[in-house]
Design a protein around this ligand. Structure first.
Ligand code: FES
Length: 234
């Protein structure tokens, strides 16, 4: 599939951040990318019931260098009434996936270290909404500057400096085989700013000449902790 074949519906463009000389653009859009079958460790096909509740998994989509978190939250997650988020998928609607590029300064899982992580155990943070410190389990936490997202509500920002939710990865669940496909991305994504800032390092890490190469038809899924040497918790 060539990039121009994608169905991209851009609803707005926002300024996300700025570097020394370049304005970085995050795009709010819905894009149908390659339909990619998720495979456990890159070998056998992944079945939804193989995803352990509370364990963060990692895969790279929609590009070969852009990381995503795959999470079985253990909760039946309905679509949002207040946003475009489509809810969970899988046999119990408990599985979600999000781009793992923090919307603040794009901290993301790399081989050496990850400051962004899914926390099934309780995490303390300052809630903007409640105006006080709270404890909540089942959140995506970025320890770079302590942004916290709620994966059960479209990765809505619960705390910290993140300006907008993580982009959601569209998943398709095949009820007959139990397999899962990634099919697209929606919400405000950070892909272009990521390539601009981290493209060279990401292409070294993934041993690819083009960091913007699209994910293939079959892509491996790993536990986050087996991909990243050190995961930071805060
Ligand atoms: S990069 Fe995630 S909170 Fe700053």
């Amino acid at each position: 599939m060539k990039r121009r074949d994608f169905t991209r519906v851009c609803t707005s463009i926002v300024i996300a951040a700025s570097s020394k000389n370049t304005e970085l653009l995050a795009q709010t859009s819905r894009v149908n990318y390659q339909r990619s079958l998720l495979q456990l460790g890159g070998s056998g096909n992944l079945h939804a019931d193989q995803l352990t509740v509370g364990i963060p998994y990692l895969f790279f989509y929609p590009y070969v260098t852009t990381p995503c978190l795959l999470i079985n939250t253990g909760r039946n997650l309905k679509a949002s009434d207040t946003s475009d988020w489509k809810g969970g998928t899988g046999p119990n609607n408990s599985i979600v996936a999000y781009s793992a590029i923090c919307s603040h300064k794009m901290s993301h899982p790399a081989k050496e270290i990850s400051f962004i992580n899914y926390r099934h155990d309780p995490v303390s943070f300052y809630s903007k909404k409640e105006g006080k410190s709270v404890e909540k389990s089942g959140v995506i936490s970025c320890c770079s500057e302590r942004s916290v997202y709620d994966p059960s509500q479209g990765a809505k920002v619960l705390g910290g400096p993140a300006p907008h939710p993580l982009a959601a990865i569209e998943l398709e669940f095949d009820t007959s085989s139990g397999q899962i496909y990634a099919t697209g991305s929606y919400g405000t994504d950070m892909y272009e700013p990521f390539f601009e800032k981290f493209g060279f390092r990401a292409s070294m890490e993934h041993k690819v000449s083009n960091p913007k190469a699209l994910a293939k038809e079959k892509i491996p899924v790993h536990e986050l902790t087996s991909y990243t040497r050190q995961t930071i918790k805060c």
